[in-house]
Design a protein around this ligand. Structure first.
Ligand code: SF4
Ligand code: SF4
Length: 151
């Protein structure tokens, strides 16, 4: 799995990732650090602001003057953004880092798709390629919820 290097602190402390947090309460998921399960702890700090087509935009109750005032930040905040699929606000300092990681994954998915096509042609004479095809398909499927079938 790809992770963002949190040792490089690109955060400019704009506070924007603590507002407009998109939540689907019916599915108990949120679109923030990729698509995440909505934990009870995180749900407890959210303040719904608006709702459209089943998606609720929330802000955090602990955000004041663009600063976090929560002495007990949930894990979801300590690690954000850790996913190449993080939903970043405009001008987030991690945009470049996330873009590069995401392109890496997309490149690998495209390469695997090409290889699958080649392997399928050779499969009759080289049945052991089935294992590689399965491996590549599993990798592509891992990112299906983010649209890997279309990359
Ligand atoms: S949006 Fe990005 S730069 Fe702004 S506070 Fe969040 S992580 Fe930091
Ligand atoms: S607890 Fe702090 S870091 Fe986490 S969402 Fe709220 S304001 Fe942002």
């Amino acid at each position: 799995m790809y992770n963002i290097n949190m040792e490089k602190n690109f955060c400019n402390k704009c506070g924007m990732c603590c507002t407009d947090i998109a939540v689907d309460y019916s599915k108990r998921i949120m679109y923030r650090d990729g698509i995440q399960e909505l934990s009870e702890t995180f749900a407890g700090i959210l303040e719904p602001v608006s709702e459209k087509n089943g998606i609720t935009l929330c802000t955090c109750k602990f955000l004041f003057d663009r600063k976090c005032t929560n002495p007990n930040k949930p894990e979801e905040c300590k690690n954000y953004p850790s996913s190449p699929f993080a939903f970043l606000p405009e001008d987030c300092g991690y945009s470049g880092e996330i873009f590069v990681k995401l392109e890496d994954i997309k490149h690998k998915v495209r390469k695997f798709k090409e290889e699958i096509l080649n392997y399928e042609i050779m499969l009759e004479s080289e049945p052991e390629l089935e294992r590689l095809i399965k491996h590549h398909k599993a990798f592509i499927d891992r990112y299906k919820i983010y649209g890997s079938n279309e990359w």
